[in-house]
Design a protein around this ligand. Structure first.
Ligand SMILES: Nc1ccn([C@@H]2O[C@H](COP(=O)(O)OP(=O)(O)OP(=O)(O)O)[C@@H](O)[C@H]2O)c(=O)n1
Ligand SMILES: C[C@](O)(CO)[C@H](O)COP(=O)(O)O
Length: 230
């Protein structure tokens, strides 16, 4: 089954504190955004990339796409105030897609194997998310820093992107969220709100989101390992 992917890349990267959108930080001489786009560019099952960007970065993005021969990102979409609004804008520009993936521009280490498993589960069941089992003990804590409870770890998963959906499911979820003024931190939470089951696809701990400066050190180590330490 083929798919289209929406890549939200219109954030500010405030927690990264790099003085620029973290999408443009270079890892082994390639911007983060290009690492992510290359994965979908090289996937035969990906028909189109809908790249969501800040309008003031359009020229820079266009020149990077040309320079790095990214041919599938034919339509650039303007982002919104929150990640959810950026994805909503991307969804409005989908054409003739049955399955849509949403994947953070800031997660440059996703694999084709996980992408394909997500697409297959979404095609069969409607909604799927990449996730890994939580490794730490997780506690719920009050605003004044006192532990309220220890969560049962065996049922806790850390949710990543990609998240894959039948297009009709994600469209409905976004419309309902818009009506209710609901803002979620991922697409699956919107789908959960409309009562459609979201299925876990076990992912990879290396599929990190570059969020804070220490993530860059880890990303460099992953790339070093991928390139055989050369
Ligand atoms: N209004 C927004 C906010 C985020 N994103 C994108 O959503 C992904 C995940 O968001 P996050 O890691 O929070 O990125 P930023 O919003 O850039 O980071 P920060 O919250 O630290 O400013 C990133 O690829 C980011 O560019 C987006 O397209 N539009
Ligand atoms: C969608 C996401 O990457 C799943 O882990 C995450 O929720 C994005 O959160 P952020 O606060 O926008 O970084």
């Amino acid at each position: 089954m083929q798919y289209q992917v929406i890549i939200p890349a219109a954030g500010q990267g405030k927690r990264m504190n790099a003085g620029k959108n973290k999408q443009f930080i270079e890892l082994q001489a390639l911007p983060v955004m290009i690492h992510t786009l290359n994965i979908f560019e090289m996937d035969e099952r990906c028909d189109e990339i809908i790249l969501v960007i800040n309008p003031n970065e359009k020229q820079l993005v266009e020149s990077l796409l040309t320079q790095h021969k990214i041919t599938k990102a034919r339509r650039l979409v303007t982002g919104g105030a929150e990640r959810q609004h950026s994805v909503y804008n991307g969804l409005q520009s989908l054409k003739d897609a049955e399955i849509v993936l949403v994947h953070d521009g800031a997660r440059p280490f996703i694999t084709h194997n996980i992408i394909h498993r997500l697409v297959d589960v979404a095609a069969e069941k409607g909604a799927s998310v990449a996730a890994v089992r939580v490794k730490d003990t997780i506690k719920r804590v009050s605003d004044d820093g006192v532990v309220l409870e220890t969560m049962e770890r065996s049922s806790l998963w850390a949710i990543q992107t990609p998240q894959a959906f039948r297009v009709s499911v994600l469209e409905k979820a976004h419309e309902v969220a818009k009506e209710k003024g609901f803002i979620g931190t991922d697409e699956a939470s919107l789908v959960e709100e409309i009562g459609i089951p979201v299925h876990i696809v076990e992912g990879d701990y290396q599929n990190i989101k570059l969020t804070t400066p220490d993530d860059i050190l880890y990303a460099e180590a992953i790339l070093e390992k991928q390139s055989g330490g050369r």
